[in-house]
Design a binder for this molecule. Structure first.
Ligand code: QV4
Ligand code: CA
Length: 491
């Protein structure tokens, strides 16, 4: 089975591998640093009507306030407690968001930071998002509570107490990741506190979790924790539904810790996907789009039913974590499951937080007359091409990869059953080809250059003849040198 086949239909796949999205909804968008009130509104006014399946949210629990002098986005990866208050909002606002999104069938996936608490150098005080006291010197987090017993200081065997060598699985799991106080996840007490935090979120109605820094936690500890999770809230989910789990393990090969060690717990983020795709689109290392014919497991990626795929994420878009220079920061229409709507940030400033007022609070997302976002927010998921390709995925969901064509170089085309067809021209010359699409005859609206609006097409029209063939003329100079048609965009 190829990666081109989408997530297995709901009900067929078991346990924490099932994203729990509504039938026919196949993408999750990451609304990085958004306020809960804004996400609730976006679910209702945009995500549900356009078929998005869910939202990955920023960590909802209390974190340290870092003054840099302005607050960086990454302070949210430094927990102080499991109370639900952050720059995105308080517990009441969180509950309201989950309820309103769930009610329109857009589910919430929580970025769960359970490997560690805040950085060891964060000091003593109440400079935290709910004002809880903490003392990093004595390892005291009374709002959980955690104390020095609950950290890995005694277990880590590097001189610095930091992870120094990713080739040593013990230090990767038991030492501090960039100075972050590492939790002793083998302790029943710590497991219990984490499970309590996650079960509270499940009870409120979330559909699953991204497990941050999973590579830095022993698979056995993660299994013990996820086994304690309750089933999803039956107000919105079928009885017995398990939380969706996807684990952040950056496995580009070459390290003793691999993605497959985590398959028993849930899905794993496939970082090779974005890294390889970037080299192909950029034509680095002799790569060409024609080679994408067996994209997916054929390229040495993890099995389709264990992968969560995406092109870029909040780290590698700004030079954090791994991924490399090839990462594309635009969206690939072919098999994306998670989109990232990110913050505008100047090249040199990898720490820039969300648009905020002088008191550090986050500005609301406003919507401009042309449907883009204002107040300095960038809403990639509202870009026509991206929104339309999220719909394309839904329309062709469950259909087999079909009718591949390539010119031996960087012009390629393929279909998904007889429901959708897409054509790319990434060569440096004009493309004029007539291809078998498999689609029923008729006139279709290309959803890249435009879209169907009130029975009319605002972009180029493509005619499929009685034999299923259509002519595609795509200039290499087009703003978007590709075209996509599907049965719901038939005029
Ligand atoms: C600094 C020094 C340390 C020193 C420490 C002393 O670098 O050597 O020991 O001070 O306290 C921030 C700073 C970092 C600082 C650290 C602790 O950038 O310089 O350490 O805080 O104060 C995000 C950011 C990090 C940030 C962290 C916490 O990317 O820069 O660190 O949040 O705020 C690997 C992992 C992978 C990880 C990736 C980034 O395998 O799991 O690195 N990705 C996830 C998240 C990521 C997040 C974390 C993990 C940590 O996607 O966003 O890190 O939760 O590849
Ligand atoms: Ca750890």
């Amino acid at each position: 089975m190829k990666l081109l086949l989408l997530l297995v239909a709901i009900g067929l796949c078991s346990a924490q591998y099932n994203p729990n999205t509504r039938a026919g909804r196949t993408s999750i968008v990451h609304l990085f640093e958004w306020r809960w009130d804004d996400i609730a509104a976006e679910c209702e006014r945009y995500l549900a009507p356009n078929g998005f399946g869910g939202v990955q949210i920023s960590p909802p629990n209390e974190n340290v306030i870092v003054s840099n002098p302005w607050r960086p986005w990454y302070e949210r990866y430094q927990p102080i407690s499991y109370k639900l208050c952050s720059r995105s909002g308080n517990e009441q606002q969180f509950r309201d968001m989950v309820t309103r999104c769930n009610n329109v069938g857009v589910y919430i996936y929580v970025d769960a930071i359970i490997n560690h608490m805040c950085g060891s150098g964060m000091g003593v005080g109440t400079h935290s998002t709910c004002g809880s006291y903490f003392n990093t010197g004595s390892r005291d987090f009374p709002a959980v509570p955690y104390s020095s017993w609950d950290f890995n200081d005694g277990k880590c065997r590097t001189g610095s107490g930091e992870i120094e060598n990713y080739g040593d699985i013990y230090q990767v799991r038991d030492c501090k990741l960039v100075g972050l106080l590492d939790l002793a996840l083998e302790k029943d007490y710590v497991r219990g506190k984490i499970a309590e935090f996650m079960n509270n979120l499940i009870n409120i109605g979330v559909a699953g979790f991204r497990l941050d820094a999973a590579k830095h936690m022993w698979p056995g500890d993660l299994k013990a924790i996820t086994d304690r999770l309750t089933n999803l809230n039956t107000r919105w989910f079928p009885s017995g539904a398990r939380p969706f789990i996807y684990q952040e393990v950056i496995d580009l090969g070459g390290e003793p810790i691999s993605s497959s060690q985590y398959f028993g717990i849930g899905r794993v983020t496939e970082f090779k996907y974005g890294a390889k795709l970037g080299t192909v689109i950029r034509k680095w290392n002799g790569e060409k789009m024609a080679y994408l014919k067996n994209w997916g497991e054929g390229w040495g990626f993890m099995p389709n039913d264990r992968a969560l795929v995406f092109v870029d994420n909040h780290d590698n878009q700004r030079g954090h974590g791994a991924g490399g220079a090839s990462i594309l920061t635009f969206w690939d229409p072919r098999s994306t499951i998670k989109l990232t709507t990110l913050l505008r940030f100047p090249d040199q400033n990898d720490w820039i937080g969300p648009p905020s007022y002088s008191d550090g609070s986050t500005k609301p997302v406003t919507i401009n007359a042309d449907t883009t976002c204002g107040n300095d927010w960038v809403c990639e998921h509202r870009w026509r091409q991206i929104k339309n390709m999220a719909i394309f995925r839904n329309v062709v969901d469950g259909q087999p990869f079909s009718n591949w064509w390539d010119n031996g170089s960087n012009q390629v085309a393929f279909g998904r059953g007889n429901r959708g067809f897409i054509v790319f021209n990434n060569d440096d010359w004009y493309m004029d080809v007539t291809l078998y699409t498999g689609l029923p005859s008729g006139t279709y609206c290309d959803v890249i250059s435009g879209q169907k609006e009130g029975g009319r097409c605002t972009g180029r029209q493509i005619t499929v003849d009685g034999t299923g063939k259509a002519r595609f003329q795509i200039s290499n100079n087009d703003e978007d040198p590709f075209a996509a048609i599907h049965v719901d965009a038939k005029l």
